[in-house]
Design a protein around this ligand. Structure first.
Ligand code: GLV
Ligand code: MN
Length: 198
């Protein structure tokens, strides 16, 4: 949850060379114009899908700078048939999502390792508590799509697979082989597979 703003808005100077603060410094209010407060980047469907058959459009403070200090943002997630938004967390936000197309198996796991899940379709909402690991799989015949809203201008996305198996530098094999109760050779195989996900 982001801190409460101390002014109406704060159109950021994303290029500011000032020391890092919590957010971005504001331009002078007089320098703001109507175009700052509108975002057209969701008017078209995504057409570039990743190796997991998902297109993610992030509308965070970097895409839509006027969100700076306002404590909210959105994503659109589009799926081809079989597409997977893989297990990930948003370290700084709750996610509240509206399904607008298709059928998704949406799930998340609590800190008590309980999986909560449902197959959701157009018009349904789902909520992911802050920081919880979650995923969605397109289980319908056609495309699927949902809009996620977040109570942070910069919710962040931390994907499980690259976090564990494709970090820079890599986590040593013995950390992972011990953690997963596997041989190093299996860990190396997983690392090479995850590296190719792109
Ligand atoms: C949904 O899970 C998203 O990260 O946008
Ligand atoms: Mn998410």
């Amino acid at each position: 949850v982001d801190p409460t703003p101390l002014q109406d808005f704060c159109i950021p100077d994303l290029e500011s060379k000032s020391p890092i603060i919590n957010g971005f410094p504001c331009k002078k209010p007089a320098d703001a114009s109507s175009k700052d407060f509108f975002f057209e980047g969701l008017t078209k469907r995504g057409n570039e899908f990743d190796t997991l058959n998902v297109n993610l459009t992030q509308v965070d403070v970097f895409a839509f700078p006027a969100l700076n200090t306002l404590g909210m943002s959105m994503n659109r997630v589009e799926f081809l048939p079989g597409g997977l938004n893989p297990p990930h967390t948003h370290p700084r936000a709750t996610e509240l999502s509206l399904v607008v197309e298709g059928k998704l198996l949406a799930g998340w796991v609590s800190t008590e390792y309980i999986l909560y899940w449902k197959v959701v379709s157009a018009g349904e909402l789902f909520v992911i508590p802050p920081g919880m690991v979650h995923f969605q799989l397109n289980v319908g015949e056609g495309r699927a799509q949902f809009y996620a809203s977040f109570n942070s201008q910069n919710p962040g996305i931390s994907k499980m697979a690259p976090t564990l198996f494709d970090s820079i530098p890599l986590i040593p094999d013995d950390v992972l082989s011990t953690a997963f109760n596997l041989n190093d050779s299996v860990i190396q195989l997983i690392k090479s597979k995850v590296a190719h996900l792109g």
